[in-house]
Design a protein around this ligand. Structure first.
Ligand code: HEM
Length: 399
């Protein structure tokens, strides 16, 4: 097991700017990587990452989903994503009811209207796809579904950015991040009180009214549980689609032939989204904690260790996807599981909504910018924990 050669630091500028070269070295030299600096392990191969996602008994989510939570032993928040079965199964059963395929299809008009509203406001010749569009519309959709008043919706995104942001070398949340987390929780907490007094037809009211089975019988969710779920949805539902759309535009600008192919055959849009999700996934890693000693390859990871499941590396593993570093919307997607939405019990609850939002966004962008160039020098990447992508993607539409 090598740890130094590959030099993997998820809080370094090199990593923020381009994780894929590091991943390639890791898969070759240290497929099960140990970071002495932070005291975590990282799995890089597709088969190991997929197996760990499936084995929730050995690789537990219950210590938290951020590296700092697992390393410090202090879980910041209780929510579905940081539960193991059987608690997770019960909670997932409940929220699945709110996220049925039918419920998501019913959001199509909201999604179309929101996407159109933001695109109508940009200069159609020259605009920033992320800062002026993809950063703005997903949070608007999920917070509308939750029942957040209009004036607070974009604020939730700004707090979220602060909460996830990391300076090079900074693993834990900043003071400003903690303050933002607190303000977000308070906003939801107050909203829950209002909906308890006067229910509406939004998701918060639905969660208040839902029954959940527990060890001691059927009960309702308490305020902390509902606020935790809202915070998770507001986060997971916003940052990720923002980045998927930004990444898509960058990769299509580098593969204009595939953009043209998509324009002439829109039925390829779902495949295009899956390929962006494989090639450059917005969620680069999920964190687990080993509940017992686990042997992966020839390395034994002791119990109680933080383990990063490197989705971004697994999706570029040649053993799973032939010619994995090639962006190709026509590739055979049946050869291996795309891990971009996770895998196993925690696999993305919002995947159907994410696919709906991304496909409507891409469809509209194909109309708005049939031919375009990205100003590569002006591209800016975020410096955040767990997620990766661009904060600025300026495009010039070719007349
Ligand atoms: C491109 C967009 C998205 C990506 C790449 C993505 C990715 C992921 C991944 C990798 C996980 C697994 C986490 C783990 O195993 O620890 C996950 C879980 C989850 N996602 Fe998403 N997500 C996206 C969009 C959304 C949206 C739009 C929502 C909701 C509106 C959402 C809500 C959730 C929730 C609630 C979970 C936790 C599920 C559980 O613990 O059972 N996600 N997502």
């Amino acid at each position: 097991m090598a740890s130094i050669q590959a030099g993997f630091d998820p809080f370094s500028v090199e990593y923020f700017d381009n994780p894929y070269d590091t991943y390639r070295h890791m898969r070759a030299e240290a497929a099960v990587y140990y970071s002495e600096k932070y005291d975590f392990y990282a799995l890089t191969r597709h088969r190991d990452v997929a197996a760990a996602f499936k084995d929730h008994e050995a690789f537990s989510s219950a210590s938290g989903t951020m590296l700092e939570e697992v390393l410090s032993g202090e879980k910041a928040q209780q929510s579905i994503i940081s539960m193991d079965p059987p608690d997770h199964r019960r909670m997932r059963g409940l929220v699945n009811k709110v996220f049925t395929p039918r419920a998501i299809r019913a959001q199509e008009t909201l999604v179309r209207n929101t996407v159109d509203r933001y695109l109508a406001a940009v200069d159609p010749r020259k605009f920033d796809v992320v800062a002026e569009f993809s950063a703005l519309f997903p949070v608007e959709i999920i917070t509308t579904m939750l029942g957040v008043p209009t004036e607070n919706r974009q604020q939730i995104r700004l707090w979220l950015d602060t909460l996830l942001e990391r300076q090079p070398g900074q693993m834990a949340m900043s003071e400003a991040g903690m303050d933002a987390a607190l303000k977000t929780a308070m906003l939801y907490f107050n909203l829950i009180q209002e909906r308890r007094a006067e229910p509406g037809d939004d998701m918060i009211s639905g969660l208040i009214a839902a029954d959940i089975e527990r060890d001691d019988g059927i009960t309702r969710l308490d305020d902390i549980e509902i606020a935790g779920f809202c915070t998770l949805l507001g986060g997971a539902g916003a940052e990720t689609v923002t980045k998927l759309v930004g990444n898509a535009v960058v990769h299509f600008s580098r593969h204009p032939g595939q953009w043209r192919a998509l324009r002439s055959d829109r039925s390829k849009i779902p495949a295009a989204i899956e390929e962006v999700l494989r090639y450059d996934p917005p969620v680069q890693y999920d964190v687990r904690c080993t509940r017992r000693d686990v042997t992966v390859g020839d390395t034994t990871i002791p119990a109680g260790k933080a383990v990063l499941l490197l989705i971004g590396s697994a999706n570029r593993d040649e053993e799973a996807f032939p010619d994995a570093d090639r962006f190709d919307i026509d590739r055979d997607r049946t050869v291996a599981q795309n891990l971009g939405f996770g895998y196993g019990v925690h696999s993305c609850l919002g995947a159907a909504l994410a696919r709906l939002e991304s496909s409507i966004a891409l469809d509209r962008l194909l109309d708005l910018m049939p031919e375009f160039d990205v100003d590569e020098h002006a591209l800016r990447r975020v410096r955040m924990t767990s997620v990766a992508g661009y904060s600025h993607v300026p495009v010039q539409v070719t007349p």
